[in-house]
Design a protein around this ligand. Structure first.
Ligand SMILES: *[C@@H]1O[C@H](CO)[C@@H](O)[C@H](O)[C@H]1NC(C)=O
Ligand SMILES: *[C@@H]1O[C@H](CO)[C@@H](O)[C@H](O)[C@H]1NC(C)=O
Ligand SMILES: *[C@@H]1O[C@H](CO)[C@@H](O)[C@H](O)[C@H]1NC(C)=O
Ligand SMILES: *[C@@H]1O[C@H](CO)[C@@H](O)[C@H](O)[C@H]1NC(C)=O
Length: 482
């Protein structure tokens, strides 16, 4: 059996105490262990929900293509691999609301619904089609609420519950099956337009009631609906569409959802337990058998910032590099999805809940986008493997399905370091090693990788910078790649 250990030798260039001394080199070693296999990665993404996608639709060329490339291009942009769409529930498109395909329900749950599809879906269909063109194949359509006519409060906003789940008693009856049919219709409409929806959600922050689309649910009530939705998807030949649940406002509630769904026997019907990070941050590992996705988070309070490192605040790109790293490396997440990809200046006092500010016909890119770009070397289907060692360094390693190995490293020190990647112990023949880095003045810039005769590859990463290595597939290897 083949030795599955890759050594990363990290040389730290320490500043000389005075100018008479040459800089000293101290070597740190990060060990990548390909035999230690953890979760499978589904990808990284963002949303264009609540009509934000229209900001890109309305951009003129060449700016429109520039923004799309920043989001989806795998060689020049963030290379995002997941789009999270909002399934509208509102009767109108006033404010930034997402309109529903069922403005009026039939008189009874068994009646024939009259769906009205506008072919736009608040700009999200267009965005999804463009994403498809860039090779994105993971589309997560998620409803914030059922249409109001299916709910206890008769309104898609202001909380309320789905008629038919335990604890409800609606005069109009049980709308669980009708809601499942409605979600299937959304998937079919996207399929008719060339976009295969791979994941479906039916809640958003169900532990909260808001003045816009919102529907409340416990994990137990969600399980009741999941038991209706799964066979409905299967009967529509949508067996490969995964059900995600339940978009809790924070990790603590998501963990409750996971255990309630498991107690109700519905966990095998769930693809991913989904959490946001607003009311409690992701920490530790949830310990569920389902995959876990972080599906919506952003800095809602900070004033618009494009900085990589200003002061370590919640909008800094560097902070986001650490946030995403924590999710996928420390907390076993299979996906990390930011909130809005783009937003205008007027909304929420021009805060940091977007990656790109689109202001009429101009746009500005934040370093949060480049934090995600550093993870673009990790492709959907990658398996996280062991990586350890090195002071002032955080490292994560992933084997992509094409056999390449991605190693993402954050330099938490304030000084530049030379990172040396040694391929000793690997059976790769002349692997190609490339590396890219981001700091205050670089955006996923490719940097020179020097490969010595001993097979040691070196690259430099600035203080508080992030560097991503991609080691090309090994040729002629009999074991795992490299
Ligand atoms: C990504 O950007 C490169 C460089 O500009 C370009 O050649 C390529 O066509 C872009 N990819 C897509 C899918 O548009
Ligand atoms: C079901 O879906 C598969 C692809 O997912 C397709 O090949 C097949 O034709 C579909 N069958 C029906 C009855 O629609
Ligand atoms: C990590 O997630 C996977 C599913 O992606 C699961 O099978 C595994 O048990 C999880 N590991 C831990 C420690 O919870
Ligand atoms: C790699 O494999 C190919 C085809 O199997 C073979 O021709 C070639 O000699 C091998 N190269 C090395 C360096 O082993």
């Amino acid at each position: 059996m083949y030795i599955a250990t890759l050594f990363l030798l990290v040389s730290t260039a320490l500043a000389a105490p005075n100018h008479d001394l040459a800089p000293r080199q101290s070597t740190q070693k990060v060990t990548v262990d390909l035999t230690k296999r953890y979760q499978t990665i589904d990808g990284f993404g963002f949303s264009g929900a609540f009509q934000r996608a229209n900001l890109i639709v309305n951009l003129k060329e060449p700016k429109q293509s520039e923004v799309l490339n920043l989001l989806f291009n795998r060689t020049t942009g963030a290379g995002f691999s997941i789009v999270r769409n909002g399934i509208g529930s509102s009767k109108t498109s006033q404010n930034d609301w997402m309109n529903t395909i069922l403005p009026n329900c039939p008189a009874t749950p068994a009646g024939t619904p009259e769906y009205k599809w506008d072919g736009k879906d608040s700009g999200q269909l267009w965005l999804s089609q463009k994403a498809w063109g860039y090779g994105v194949r993971t589309f997560y359509n998620d409803a914030w609420s059922a249409p109001g006519c299916m709910k206890t409060n008769g309104n898609d906003a202001n909380g309320g519950q789905l008629c038919g789940v335990s604890g409800t008693n609606c005069k109009s009856g049980d709308w669980k099956q009708a809601y499942a049919n409605y979600l299937v219709k959304n998937i079919q409409l996207y399929a008719d337009s060339g976009v295969t929806i791979t994941h479906i959600g039916f809640l958003n922050e169900p532990d909260m009631s808001t003045s816009y689309a919102s529907m409340q649910s416990s994990g137990t009530q969600a399980a009741e609906f999941i038991k209706v939705l799964r066979p409905t998807l299967d009967a529509a030949n949508l067996t490969s569409v995964g059900i995600n649940c339940c978009e809790a406002t924070g990790w603590n509630i998501a963990s409750q959802h996971a255990s309630q769904i498991a107690s109700a026997g519905a966990l095998p019907l769930v693809y991913a337990i989904t959490s946001h990070e607003y009311t409690s941050r992701i920490s530790g590992v949830m310990g569920t058998k389902a995959r876990v996705w972080q599906t919506e988070y952003s800095d809602l309070n900070g004033g618009w910032s494009t900085a990589w490192y200003a002061n370590g605040g919640s909008g800094d790109g560097y902070t986001w590099a650490n946030t995403v790293f924590n999710g996928v490396v420390n907390s076993n997440l299979s996906a990390y999805i930011f909130w809005e990809g783009v937003q205008d200046r007027a909304t929420n006092n021009n805060n940091n809940e977007k990656l790109i500010l689109v202001d009429g016909q101009s746009y500005t890119v934040s370093k949060r986008l480049w934090a995600f770009a550093q993870f673009r070397v990790v492709r959907p289907g990658a398996v996280r493997v062991g990586a350890s060692g090195g002071s002032n360094l955080k490292s994560g390693a992933f084997v992509n399905s094409d056999g390449s190995v991605a190693v993402v490293i954050i330099n938490t020190g304030t000084g530049a370091q030379t990172v040396s990647v040694s391929l000793s112990g690997a059976s790769s023949v002349n692997p190609t090693v490339r590396a890219w880095y981001t700091d205050n003045t670089h955006d996923m810039s490719e940097t020179t990788v020097t490969v010595g005769s001993d097979g040691v590859a070196s690259a430099s990463v600035p203080g508080r910078g992030m560097i991503s290595f991609l080691v090309s597939p090994a040729v002629n290897s009999t074991g795992p790649a490299i």
